[in-house]
Design a binder for this molecule. Structure first.
Ligand code: DI6
Ligand code: FE
Length: 411
C-alpha cells in the first residue's frame, strides 16, 4: 500500500523554518504559526507549532528539512468525487454549445446513461487506467485524501467493479481513498422506468452485498425529481443503517425536495450541493451536525443561477466543506485549487472558509477528522508545502499551481 519508506521506523523527520496554517480548531482563523516546525515519527505528526517551543528531544538526531519560510497546510482533501468513470461527455458539451436541447442530447445517447454504458463496457483495469490521470491531477495540487463514489454501474457487478477500481487507485498512488456506494444515482435502462423496483434492488440486494464485501465506507444518494424521491432515498438510508454505514446525500441541487432535512434526519455526515436548500434545511443540518459540502464546479458548469444559502449556513452554524464533484456530466473538474477560487468568487466564501473547506471540514465530512485534516500531534503526517507568500494566494490564483511538495503519511 504505502510508498517505499524513506525514513526508518522510530526515526524523527523534521520540517523546520516553515510558516504553518495548522487549521486546528482550537486556534482562530487558519491557526497560523509564523516560525513553525513539524516533527513526524512513523508517519504521524508528533509536534506541530512554534519551532522555538519544540521539545529538544525531538530535534536531536532528526533528519531536518529546511522549508525556507514556505507555507505548510494540511494535505488537501477532496471529499466528493465521481472520479472513477469511463470515457467523457465532451461530445455532449459540444452539442449543447451548438444549441442542442437536453432532450436532443439524451436522444443522441447522451446524459448519465451514456456514462453507465461506458463504465459497464470497461474492464476494472481500464477503469483504473482511465481514472489515474484524474487522480494524478488532484495529487499534483497537494491532495492527500480523496473520496470516490460509485454510481455509474447501477447493477451489482458493475457497482462492485467501480468500488474495487477506486480502492485500487489507493494502492497505485500514495493517497488515502474513501469509497462511497452511490447505487441510487440514476435509473439504469433495464429498470424500464420503475424507480421503486430499482430502489428495492439497491436497498435489499446491491447495498448489503457491497457492504458485506467491505467495498464501501459510506452510502450516498441523488435526491432529485430527475433521480429519486425522498421516500425512496430513505429506504436506501435504512439499508445503510442496517449495514452499519454512514450516509450522505446529493440534496437540493436542482430543486428543493427538502433533501437537507432528510439528510439531517438520518444524521448524515454531509448534504452536498444545496443550491435550493431553505432555512428549515439549514437549521435541521445545524442541529444534526450534518456538514454542507459546497460544489461550485457543478454550479458553474451547468450555469446554475441559484446559489447555496451560505449566509444561512453561517448564521445557523453549519460547517462547510468544499469539493470538486469531479464527474463527466456536470463537473469535469480536477483542480481543488480552482474549486476554492470558485467557492470564493461565486459564493463569497472567505479565504479561511475555503482552506478549512478542503482540509479540516473535508476531513470531518468523511468522518476522518481524528486522522487527518489539521496539523496537530497524533494525526497522519499529510502535508502540502507551498511556494506562496500568504495562504490567500491558494484561493486567489486561477490555473496556477504553487505546490512545492506533497507529503502523505510522512513520505
Ligand atoms: N449530481 C450531479 O451533478 C451529477 N450526479 C449527481 O448526483 C451528475 C452526474 C453525471 O451527469 O454524470
Ligand atoms: Fe456529485
Amino acid at each position: 500500500m504505502a510508498a517505499e519508506s524513506k525514513s526508518r521506523a522510530g526515526e524523527v523527520r523534521l520540517w523546520r523554518n516553515a510558516r504553518l496554517a495548522t487549521m486546528a480548531e482550537s486556534s482562530p482563523g487558519s491557526g497560523v504559526v509564523e516560525h513553525g516546525a513539524i516533527a513526524v515519527r512513523n508517519g504521524r505528526i508528533v509536534y506541530a507549532g512554534p519551532e522555538a517551543d519544540m521539545p529538544a528531544a525531538l530535534s536531536k538526531g532528526a533528519e531536518a528539512i529546511d522549508c525556507e519560510g514556505r507555507w505548510i497546510t494540511p494535505g488537501l482533501i477532496d471529499c466528493h468525487t465521481h472520479l472513477v468513470h469511463a470515457g467523457n461527455r465532451a461530445n455532449e458539451f459540444e452539442m449543447r454549445l451548438a444549441g442542442a436541447s437536453y432532450e436532443e442530447v439524451a436522444k443522441a445517447g447522451g446524459g448519465i446513461v451514456s456514462s453507465v454504458k461506458a463504465l459497464r463496457a470497461a474492464s476494472e483495469d481500464e477503469l483504473v487506467g482511465q481514472s489515474l490521470p484524474r487522480l494524478d491531477a488532484l495529487l499534483a495540487e497537494g491532495v492527500t485524501t480523496v473520496e470516490i463514489k460509485s454510481g455509474y454501474g447501477l447493477d451489482l457487478e458493475n457497482e462492485k467493479k467501480s468500488l474495487r477500481a477506486a480502492r485500487r487507485l489507493g494502492g497505485e498512488r500514495p493517497v488515502t481513498v474513501r469509497t462511497t456506494f452511490l447505487g441510487a444515482h440514476a435509473l439504469p435502462p433495464e429498470a424500464k422506468g420503475d424507480k421503486d423496483a430499482f430502489i428495492d434492488l439497491v436497498a435489499k440486494q446491491i447495498l448489503p452485498a457491497v457492504a458485506a464485501e467491505g467495498l464501501a465506507d459510506a452510502v450516498d444518494g441523488f435526491c432529485e425529481g430527475i433521480a429519486f424521491w425522498p421516500e425512496q432515498i430513505a429506504r436506501v438510508f435504512d439499508a445503510a443503517k442496517a449495514a452499519g454505514l454512514p450516509v450522505k446525500l446529493h440534496a437540493d441541487q436542482l430543486s428543493n425536495l427538502h433533501g437537507a432535512e432528510l439528510a439531517a434526519r438520518y444524521g448524515a455526515l454531509s448534504a452536498d450541493h444545496l443550491e435550493y436548500t431553505d432555512e428549515a434545511g439549514a437549521a435541521a443540518m445545524a442541529k444534526a451536525g450534518t456538514l454542507a459540502t459546497i460544489l461550485p464546479g457543478a454550479y458553474y458548469f451547468i450555469r446554475e443561477t441559484k446559489k447555496p444559502p451560505i449566509a444561512l449556513f453561517r448564521q445557523h452554524g453549519v460547517r462547510m466543506a468544499v469539493a470538486t464533484d469531479n464527474n463527466p456530466g456536470t463537473s469535469p473538474l480536477t483542480s481543488l485549487l480552482l474549486t476554492m477560487n470558485m467557492a470564493a468568487t461565486l459564493f463569497g466564501l472567505t479565504v479561511d472558509e475555503c482552506i478549512a473547506g478542503v482540509t479540516r471540514e473535508a476531513a470531518r465530512a468523511l468522518g476522518l477528522l481524528g486522522q487527518t485534516g489539521t496539523l496537530e500531534a497524533g494525526k497522519s503526517a499529510d502535508l502540502a508545502i507551498w511556494n506562496v507568500e500568504r495562504p490567500a494566494e491558494l484561493v486567489y490564483r486561477m490555473g496556477f499551481n504553487p505546490l512545492h511538495a506533497r507529503i502523505w503519511r510522512g513520505q
